[in-house]
Write a protein that binds this ligand. Structure first.
Ligand code: DCP
Ligand code: CA
Ligand code: CA
Length: 367
């Protein structure tokens, strides 16, 4: 069997980095993204913070009031979460990442596993070069940095991704797994939370190496058969979980900056025609048809506008996509007096091509 090469790509300080992209003047200040509970002005928790704020020990989960106290001498910026905006950026980036992987697994809004074994033919050096390419493309096209871990399985890749942050790349070859894991605290393993960590500490287990040396039967006695076996295997870097698609692609979209701020339909369509071609290519690759077409425009005041249209039945025609995008922008531009800075095209309500064929056949037979 060929050795597996698995990558975990995790975007750095994701929500805060999205805000920095939207407003680059934030970059040299502490930035704190907040989930306001609404009960009183400062009640709620910190969602995340950029690395400048983290120097003042501001991090996910702490109360907003505490974060304000820690940063009271600083010129810090506190912003409410804007999930829709982060989702849009996430979708764009995941589109880029998935194009590099033979198998792709989305784990959360800002991270994904890529199985690149076939692409690099089991070669970890080549995987490192591929990771550099991915980092560069995400940076150039979407303006964000990420950290990547590469290992022979998901467990090692995930831990490796967290080692050097932000903008890190850590490669752990199969023969390095043991040496890599053993000095790390057990808390780095998925499934070892605060409670389990305390319990292990009481058993004299501080590092993953301590756990590896611990008698597996005793682990099973304490944690039960499943968990005990899992901890043992994890401690020596064994993990057979495949990288697999969870759920389906819900939409395909492309967003791009115009040559100049404009509200001229011709200039907008010049750009969106290109975007339609890209969206279409992705649909063909995925074997999907679409039932809805949407447009997005980021205006010069940074507000985001969108419009969409849904058909009665799915289609896979590029001409329909371009025509609908044109109609939507025509109407949108006639209704708004602002200039557009960025424009985007999105298709959703996606249907597998076979399903569409079935739909047509049924229609012919029974309709
Ligand atoms: N998040 C949140 N509340 C938490 C943890 C995370 O709202 N307790 C949100 C905000 C984060 C995003 O999820 O930006 C991704 O979480 P990560 O754990 O990957 O953390 P970051 O991306 O913010 O930082 P890092 O650079 O450490 O990955
Ligand atoms: Ca992250
Ligand atoms: Ca993450």
């Amino acid at each position: 069997m060929q050795v597996r090469v698995v990558m975990l790509v995790d975007l750095d300080y994701f929500f805060a980095q999205c805000e920095e992209r939207r407003n680059p003047s934030l970059k040299d200040k502490p930035v704190v993204i907040c989930v306001y509970s609404g009960r009183s002005e400062d009640s709620g928790a910190v969602s995340t913070a950029n690395y400048i704020a983290r120097k003042f020990s501001v991090k996910s989960g702490i109360p907003i009031s505490l974060a304000k106290k820690k940063l009271k001498e600083e010129d810090a910026v506190f912003l409410p979460v804007d999930h829709e905006f982060y989702e849009e950026i996430s979708e764009e980036i995941m589109g880029i990442l998935s194009s590099y992987a033979h198998r792709f697994e989305l784990v959360g809004i800002d991270e994904a596993y890529l199985d690149v074994s076939e692409k690099v033919k089991g070669d970890f050096e080549e995987a490192g070069e591929l990771a550099q390419k991915i980092k560069k493309e995400v940076k150039v096209k979407q303006g964000l940095t990420c950290s990547i871990g590469i290992g022979p399985n998901k467990l090692v890749a995930k831990i490796a991704a967290g080692i050097r942050k932000p903008d890190g790349l850590t490669i752990v070859k199969p023969e390095q797994v043991e040496g890599f894991l053993s000095p790390l605290p057990v808390r780095r393993l998925i499934g070892v939370g605060r409670k389990t960590g305390k319990k292990m500490q009481a058993m004299g287990i501080e590092t993953i190496g301590d756990l590896a040396k611990y008698d597996i039967q005793k682990l099973i006695e304490v944690f039960g058969k499943n968990l005990g076996t899992y901890f043992h295997n994890a401690s020596i870097g064994i993990d057979d979980e495949p990288v697999q698609e969870k759920g389906e692609v819900k939409s395909v979209s492309r967003l791009s900056t115009l040559k100049e701020d404009t509200r001229d339909l011709e200039l907008v369509l010049e750009k969106t025609d290109q975007l339609c071609d890209e969206v279409y290519a992705k649909l063909v690759e995925l074997g999907l048809s679409f039932k809805s077409v949407g447009i997005v425009a980021v205006m010069t005041d940074m507000s985001v506008r969108s419009r969409s249209k849904t058909f009665g039945s799915p289609t896979n025609e590029l001409e329909v996509l371009k025509k609908t995008v044109k109609e939507l922008f025509e109407r949108f531009l006639s209704e708004s007096e602002f200039q557009a800075r960025r424009v985007g095209v999105r298709v959703s309500h996606l249907v597998k091509e076979q399903e569409r064929q079935k739909h047509i056949t049924n229609f012919i037979q029974h309709g």
